[in-house]
Design a binder for this molecule. Structure first.
Ligand SMILES: Nc1ncnc2c1ncn2[C@@H]1O[C@H](COP(=O)(O)OP(=O)(O)OP(=O)(O)O)[C@@H](O)[C@H]1O
Ligand SMILES: [Mg+2]
Length: 357
């Protein structure tokens, strides 16, 4: 187990800064995800940590030691790629034994270590299978075993589930998370799938155009996004524009059209600021009567409804702005039609104010 510290890490490809002054400390034993849209610099960051890509400037420290100049094999890092990096001409046993043979382990040590790695990934008994005789999920388990058998201090995973179908991806994400917490191995996981990052991570760094937009625990990132980019990238949100008319004790009075709402805000907003209220569709209710007390909201009209199976999505007009409501498809789900006048409500503590830029 080790900690990883990135200090002002930068990678330029010609004029393009793929990674731009990234600083973050990943703690020992942590499951840390780099999440962001395609091209934001996730893989480049991971490849620099592994040593596959040279650093343009900045430093990478493992347990306080700068490793930026070390070759990959001297860093004690295991790397699992998106596409199953297993050799098609070798069976499972030989694939896993490969790294041990390079390191000149004895045959009996190799047998013991391969057996232990196969057990870790739940593949005992499949030693003689070839790549073509395994499912995608099994191949990815072998790819992990190949890496774990070398007892890396840090595990780097670059979109390891993206080649799998949806059901298998769901299953594997819990499996990888369990494996990681059982082993306690410091893990950096790259994904553009926010569901994966939210479910698996201790902390997430949301990346945008080579920089880190926000680092935090999943709940913090989802419920208190640090900016509009994060709010829109993680989950769906409605963004209501308005003006802060009073602030006391961190609570703001926020005016949207003729309605007065209340919410907490990110630091730095003051009375008179133009701001945006972020609300999540699953926290929004449609009601026949107005809610008060701990609720924000007011009169609204229904623009459209969409049946989605487990949920019903309703688009509402509130003071000339759109609010999305997603309600569970239960017996008590609201039955509304386009054009209908209703009341919309959402908890004050599920309301979060951000600056407008
Ligand atoms: N070897 C390279 N030469 C030139 N540009 C590169 C190279 N590798 C990456 N880039 C560029 O650097 C930026 C970041 O790429 P990177 O692969 O790190 O993104 P990513 O976040 O992993 O995206 P994805 O989700 O699509 O895998 C992109 O603009 C990409 O085109
Ligand atoms: Mg990538």
């Amino acid at each position: 187990m080790s900690s990883v510290s990135l200090k002002n890490l930068t990678k330029a490809f010609g004029p393009v800064k793929a990674v731009d002054d990234v600083s973050v400390v990943i703690e020992e034993g942590e499951f840390f995800s780099l999440l962001g849209p395609s091209g934001c610099g996730k893989s480049t960051t991971l490849r620099m940590i592994a040593g596959f890509e040279e650093v343009t400037s900045g430093a990478i420290e493992l347990d306080g030691q700068d490793v930026s100049g070390l070759p990959p094999e001297a860093r004690g890092i295991g790397f699992v790629f998106q596409n199953y990096a297993i050799f098609p001409h070798m069976n499972v046993f030989e694939n896993i034994a490969f790294g041990l043979r390079l390191r000149k382990f004895s045959e009996s040590d190799i047998r013991t270590k391969v057996a232990a790695a196969l057990e870790q990934v739940g593949m005992t008994g499949l030693e003689t299978r070839m790549q073509s005789e395994m499912s995608g999920g099994q191949q990815q388990r072998v790819a992990l075993a190949r890496v774990l058998v070398t007892e890396p201090k840090i595990l780097l995973l670059d979109e390891p589930l993206s080649a799998l179908d949806k059901n298998l991806r769901e299953e594997m994400k819990y499996w990888i998370k369990d494996l990681q917490s059982n082993l306690g191995i410091t893990t950096i996981y790259v994904t553009h799938d926010q569901g994966e990052a939210l479910t698996m991570s201790d902390r997430i760094a949301v990346m945008n155009e080579g920089t880190i937009a926000q680092v935090g625990e999943p709940r913090e990132i989802y419920e208190h996004p640090g900016g509009i980019f994060v709010a829109e990238f993680i989950g769906e949100s409605s963004l209501l524009k308005g003006k802060i008319s009073a602030v006391s004790d961190g609570h703001c009075r926020f005016e949207v059209g003729g309605q007065i709402l209340e919410a907490e805000s990110q630091p730095g907003l003051s009375s008179g600021s133009e701001a945006v209220m972020v609300l999540r569709p699953e926290r929004v209710l449609i009601a026949d009567t107005e809610h008060s007390g701990d609720w924000n909201g007011g009169p609204a009209s229904v623009k459209s409804t969409t049946y989605q199976g487990p949920t019903i999505r309703t688009l509402l007009d509130f003071e000339g702005q759109e609010i999305v409501c997603e309600s569970a498809n239960r017996h008590d789900a609201p039955q509304v039609e386009p054009g209908q006048k209703v009341f919309v409500a959402w908890p004050k503590d599920a309301s979060w104010l951000l600056t407008q830029d």
